[in-house]
Design a protein around this ligand. Structure first.
Ligand code: 13P
Length: 261
């Protein structure tokens, strides 16, 4: 069974005090939660060092990740942060291709590919975010959009790279809207993604974790995680409340136990 993956994406939110609060709440959780669930927090750059320090002192198996990475090696790229520097700080993972970066900062597929290459070369795991817009879905183009986001990049990276990648399906219309996709829409797309990867390599497709993001909270996450091709969650707003976030991890581990039995 694929290990449950629950991640919080704080976006441009959070201060030092929230890091302290989140780490404190996480450190009060039972050992069993950590065994059953890989928990990650994707933080703004300036909070990474502080969070990694705190995490190391607490000994928690929490993964601290960045929300972005430069497509370039060190050099004259004002405002950018290299994958090598992130790795040196102890960052273990990075989000690439989030729809907010695609839409607000014009990130293209070739740029996203470069970011993934840099991340991998530095030893960072990647959570690769993909998702269709409302217009795509209304026009019946949602599968095609996902195929476009995936196929060329996989060909360029090589299918083996997917063993260090988690794919996050985040329909743009479900992000921050309070309108999560239905379990049917989610399962259908996750299965589509797994089938598509399976055309490259069956084993990798079987092991690949595909997680969902978009307006998840403690009321809807249980049903979403019941879906056979959903292996976890990428949570925005609800991850800013540490007790809400850990309740999502607990609901996830409960669902997994049910599915196993
Ligand atoms: P919300 O959970 O706030 O909808 O955000 C989802 C998201 O974009 C996570 O990356």
């Amino acid at each position: 069974m694929r290990k449950l993956f629950i991640a919080g994406n704080w976006k441009q939110n959070g201060r030092l005090a929230l890091v302290e609060g989140a780490l404190q709440t996480l450190s009060q959780q039972p050992e069993a939660m950590w065994q059953d669930c890989e928990v990650s927090l994707f933080l703004p750059y300036p909070l990474l060092d502080f969070a990694i320090d705190k995490k190391q002192m607490s000994g928690l198996p929490l993964v601290i990740g960045a929300q972005n990475v430069s497509a370039y090696a060190d050099g004259a790229y004002t405002g950018e942060v290299s994958a090598d520097l992130l790795a040196e700080l102890g960052t273990k993972a990075v989000l690439v291709g989030h729809s907010e970066r695609r839409a607000l900062f014009d990130e293209s597929e070739p740029l996203i590919l470069e970011k993934m290459k840099r991340a991998h070369a530095a030893g960072l795991n990647v959570v690769w975010c993909i998702g269709e817009t409302q217009l795509d879905r209304e026009g019946g183009q949602h599968f095609e959009r996902i195929r476009t986001q995936l196929v060329d990049t996989i060909r360029a990276l090589g299918i083996a790279a997917l063993s260090k990648i988690v794919i996050a399906y985040e329909p743009v219309w479900a992000i921050g809207t309070g309108l999560a996709a239905s379990t049917h829409q989610i399962q259908e797309m996750h299965q589509y993604i797994r089938d598509l990867i399976s055309d490259f390599d069956k084993n990798i497709a079987e092991q690949l974790r595909i997680i969902y993001g978009g307006s998840l909270n403690r009321d809807n996450i249980g049903q979403v995680l019941m879906m056979p091709d959903v292996d976890g969650a990428l949570v925005g707003g609800a991850s800013l409340d540490p007790s809400h976030f850990v309740s999502l991890c607990h609901i996830g581990t409960e669902v997994n136990k049910k599915l196993e039995s």
